[in-house]
Design a binder for this molecule. Structure first.
Ligand SMILES: [Ca+2]
Ligand SMILES: [Ca+2]
Length: 451
């Protein structure tokens, strides 16, 4: 039974280490610093079972200092370092942190003032002003969904970030305090929400992932989130785009309260320490990182819709396999390599033979509203179709998420689907026209959530 080729690979990449070389793109347009203030802000629904524990909607005309501390130089008194340990080129100051039009605005600009903090004289003068705020001592929580609607500025050298540090950082210095990078963005990979974690194993330890919808994230608002539990972190872009890896953890760094940071850095080691002259921010111009809201949800009692045998522990009870070509038997429950929870999981597999199978469960009598399907998946090899999907009738067009390659169990979910007739079919549809023994797909712990 070694044919299903499951390998427990762990994706690791040091997101704060130096990336590839940097090429300045002088043709990039300037950010529209004042655009879109009159538009409705991005909506977000955390899903059933999540309750808002804290938020800042950035209403009013000034920063709520009950929530936030504002950095006023390139010396960070919390971490006791200069240039934030990453060689960034900016000198944060309060006047570059504003609230208006329902948004937090962190403004970066080039300066010839040559600002130097007296504690950082050995690092030379800074070339830019910018904004950096954090919630240390004011908002510190453990676990939950941390999410924000953010517009990052385009252009070489922009390094906006939405992240957390362990609240014990003053007594347990980085990286042993832990760090969760929900969003980091750089102009070399403009479609990517880069996410990472950092902790200590005695030495610095790093893990990274990313999410991309194949559209440039700069200069428009998008939602960036982490769903952080005691054992895992799932990163999402715009609600539905799930990062390509789930972080499974048990480190003490991620079992304690963290605080939130928002900042617009320029240059630094993620760009390979470029010269100030190379940063795409001409003198006399400004670029902004804008935040419509930041929210921290905590998990409450689940109000998900109950399913029959959602973890396949009772074989295929409650589930139906359909096939257009008589290969229904390619979908079955088994214990091979273990379940995400329990012993069993659903497998779609037919030992190197082509197949197509739609494993689904039906629900009737649902209240009208929007729903999502979630499930845990691991998958290797190429498929013609590999979808988690839902549809409101047998012949209706489905909503679905294409399943990528996941060496480890990974949480995926469908886009929202509107149910008005009370009926939903949900499950997994895969098709493999060319048999390949390297293909496998395992699925477990299906959830139906009313939004
Ligand atoms: Ca707002
Ligand atoms: Ca199971």
């Amino acid at each position: 039974m070694n044919r299903r080729n499951f390998t427990s690979s762990i994706v690791a990449m040091g997101c704060l280490t130096v990336l590839h070389g940097c090429v300045m793109d002088a043709s990039e347009p300037e950010a529209d610093a004042l655009g879109n203030h009159e538009q409705a802000e991005l909506g977000y629904n955390p899903g059933a079972g999540w309750n808002l524990a804290w938020s800042d909607e950035f209403d009013g005309t000034s920063l709520n200092t009950g929530n936030w501390n504002v950095l006023t130089s390139n010396y960070d008194p919390v971490t006791n370092n200069c240039n934030f340990g990453t060689g960034e080129l900016e000198y944060p100051r309060a006047q570059n942190v504003t609230v208006s039009g329902g948004k937090l605005i962190l403004t970066a600009e080039r300066t010839s003032d040559n600002p130097v903090d007296s504690r950082c004289t050995g690092y030379g003068a800074r070339s830019f002003y910018s904004g950096r705020i954090h919630t240390k001592g004011k908002v510190e929580k453990r676990y939950g969904k941390i999410v924000a609607s953010i517009k990052v500025p385009s252009g070489y050298g922009m390094w906006p970030a939405f992240w957390t540090l362990g609240a014990n950082i003053s007594t347990t210095p980085w990286p042993a305090c832990g760090e969760i990078d929900i969003l980091e963005w750089n102009s070399n990979d403009p479609t990517w929400m880069k996410s990472a974690t950092h902790w200590s194993t005695g030495a610095q330890a790093d893990w990274g992932t990313g999410a991309s919808g194949n559209y440039n994230l700069a200069d428009s608002f998008h939602t960036y989130e982490v769903e952080w539990t005691a054992s895992s972190m799932v990163f999402r872009l715009d609600g539905n785009i799930v990062a390509n890896s789930t972080y499974y953890h048990n480190e003490t760094e991620f079992q304690q309260p963290h605080y939130i940071l928002l900042n617009l850095a320029l240059g630094g080691n993620w760009y390979g320490n470029p010269s100030p002259a190379s940063i795409a921010l001409p003198s006399g111009t400004k670029k902004t990182m804008e935040v419509e809201w930041v929210r921290w949800y905590q998990q409450g009692s689940s109000t998900g819709v109950s399913l029959t045998n959602p973890g396949f522990e009772s074989g295929m009870t409650g589930w139906t396999n359909w096939s257009p070509n008589g290969t229904e038997a390619a979908g079955f429950s088994e214990t091979y390599n273990g379940g995400h929870a329990g012993s069993y999981h659903l497998t779609h597999y037919n030992n190197a033979s082509p197949f197509e199978v739609w494993t689904y469960q039906t629900k009737s009598g649902l209240a009208s509203g929007n729903y999502k399907v979630r499930a845990w998946v691991r998958k290797g090899g190429a498929y013609d179709i590999a979808r988690l999907q839902a549809k409101t009738c047998a012949s209706c067009a489905p909503v679905y998420t294409d399943l990528g390659t996941y060496g480890s169990w990974t949480l995926v979910e469908t886009p929202a689907i509107s149910v008005t007739g009370g009926y939903l079919e949900l499950g997994f549809h895969t098709r493999l026209s060319a048999g390949n023994s390297a293909n496998y797909i395992h699925m477990d712990d299906v959830e139906l959530i009313r939004l």
